[in-house]
Write a protein that binds this ligand. Structure first.
Ligand SMILES: Nc1ncnc2c1ncn2[C@@H]1O[C@H](COP(=O)(O)OP(=O)(O)OP(=O)(O)O)[C@@H](O)[C@H]1O
Length: 369
């Protein structure tokens, strides 16, 4: 085991408070810390303002305060090829992608991790709210202790070899405590607002953003039995369970998106939050990653189908082609193809996959897309 002072840790620094405190804590613990800012997206606006430049300025300020070296690296091409192309392809296929999961898998914990290792780093640290624990020869990933901030949902694709090289120094801290540490140490980012939304869209209007890349094809909006309710602006703008932006007024219960017919370019809507068509009994997931051991038999565990939901009890059964069938112990509402399904046993994240098909009464729901 190397001495801490001889152990080089690259900290992925975003210019936010979490990664600033990550670097601070590691430096206080005596590691040889290097800060690296990664630029993934050219977001210069029409006035020449670029939030990445402002974020990098914050990285520089914090690294100067901590007296650690810093660099900027550009992964725009890799991000475009691996994350943005996937993002557009999924929307084209009528699904709702999760670019954060893909960014963690392909960029932060692959391209960026490899880069850090090539610079002689022993570890890559980030400000994610998750924990790594070594049990015998294996690494487990545990939820962050702050329930409200836990990010294991987005980290479900990490492998053993990646976990052996990463540190999440904030995993055992509540966010409030992280802000407090930042203030007490006068970090330049102590009061910086948390980032929200998908990183490359930022605060922009989602529809406008997407329409720059995918042509919108307006079409009909009908009930599942074909009763016309209005027009949609393009199927990619809608997701299962969505209520806002349908433009169906009038008396009675609100309307929700229950499905899409890509071939006919029809958006299906039905009335009322608890409409039976929004509920399903099971799903099929693909692209599975099992963090500890491959799934060889049926297990009972809990699952999340979206970030920030409470865990649901499920039974997971391996089926053909490395896929799994996930059976819900209680019917679930608005399960969305393209999103991640992530499995847990207590505090341990077992891994996860991509929601591919929705099942009701033992049959795939053909109307969800
Ligand atoms: N542009 C970037 N360059 C390097 N590392 C990054 C970058 N963006 C995010 N990270 C790393 O990934 C972690 C989680 O990213 P996320 O986007 O969830 O940030 P966050 O929770 O808002 O954290 P922060 O407060 O540090 O911005 C960050 O704490 C940081 O370590």
């Amino acid at each position: 085991m190397k001495d801490k002072k001889d152990t080089r840790v690259v900290v992925g620094m975003s210019g936010g408070v979490d990664s600033s405190v990550t670097a601070l804590l590691l430096k206080q613990q005596g590691y040889d810390v290097v800060g690296i800012f990664m630029k993934n997206w050219d977001d210069t606006d029409e006035n020449g303002v670029c939030t990445a430049t402002e974020d990098f300025d914050d990285v520089v300020r914090v690294c100067n305060q901590l007296d650690i070296p810093y660099y900027a690296v550009n992964f725009e091409k890799q991000y475009w090829d691996k994350v943005f192309t996937y993002f557009l392809d999924e929307y084209k296929a009528g699904r709702t992608p999760n670019p954060d999961v893909m960014c963690n898998k392909e960029i932060k914990f692959k391209a960026f991790l490899d880069h850090a290792l090539s610079l002689g780093a022993d570890y890559l640290a980030t400000g994610h709210y998750a924990q790594v624990r070594k049990v015998n020869d294996k690494y487990e990933m545990l939820r962050g202790v702050d329930d409200n901030k836990d990010q294991t949902y987005f980290l479900n694709q990490l492998s053993q070899s990646v976990l052996s090289k990463v540190m999440f120094p904030l995993g055992h801290l509540p966010k409030k405590e992280v802000r407090k540490i930042a203030s007490e140490n006068n970090l330049a980012t102590a009061n910086k607002k948390d980032s929200t939304g998908i990183c490359f869209i930022g605060e922009r209007n989602f529809k406008e953003f997407l329409s720059e890349y995918l042509p919108a094809q307006p079409g009909k909006m009908t009930t599942l039995t074909g009763v016309e309710q209005g027009k949609h602006e393009g199927l990619m703008y809608y997701t299962i369970g969505q209520r806002q932006g349908l433009g169906i007024g009038g008396a009675g219960d609100p309307w929700f998106v229950v499905g899409k017919n890509l071939k006919e370019n029809v958006l299906y809507v039905e009335q009322s939050f608890h409409n039976d068509h929004l509920y399903s009994d099971a799903l099929i997931a693909t692209d599975l990653n099992w963090i500890n051991e491959p799934l060889e038999k049926t297990i009972d565990c809990t699952a999340k189908f979206r970030y920030r939901q409470s865990d649901s009890k499920v039974t997971v059964t391996p089926i053909e082609d490395g896929k799994v069938k996930v059976t819900f112990h209680q019917a679930e509402r608005a399960i969305t193809p393209g999103q991640a399904v992530v499995f847990y046993q207590g505090e341990v994240c077992l891994g996860g996959g991509t929601i591919d098909e929705i099942i009701k009464n033992e049959k795939p729901l053909d109307y969800v897309g």
